[in-house]
Design a protein around this ligand. Sequence first.
Ligand code: AMP
Ligand code: ZN
Length: 113
Amino acid sequence: MSDCLFCKIIRGEIPSTKVYEDDSVLAFRDINPQAPTHILVIPKTHISGVSEICAQNASIAAHCLEVCAMVAKQEQLDGGFRVVSNCGADAGQTVNHLHFHVLGGKVLNTDMA
Ligand code: AMP
Ligand code: ZN
């Protein structure tokens, strides 16, 4: 996806602060952190959001969650953390490339909606 912001980050056309990378997943710091630790975990293949997860790409989505756990350990979020994926306009998704927010480093607000 040539005009997708996160695809541009994957290609290195837009800078990011990477915290983890492998062949299929990238994790980097959110530019507008909502908690002391706020990391975005994304697949390197373009999937528009959770609504597009299917049998063909479920393994990469699962690997994203594995990386969420890894970066939470790396960031020493031992007291707990939250993983969020906004999907679609009603949820406030602003970048249409699947991403998991990893939030922690403080006691988080428990409002879910
Ligand atoms: P969402 O609103 O769930 O689609 O989340 C998109 C997230 O991407 C927001 O938390 C933004 O702060 C973050 N974001 C937007 N542009 C960048 C960027 N260039 N580098 C890092 N994070 C970004
Ligand atoms: Zn993309």
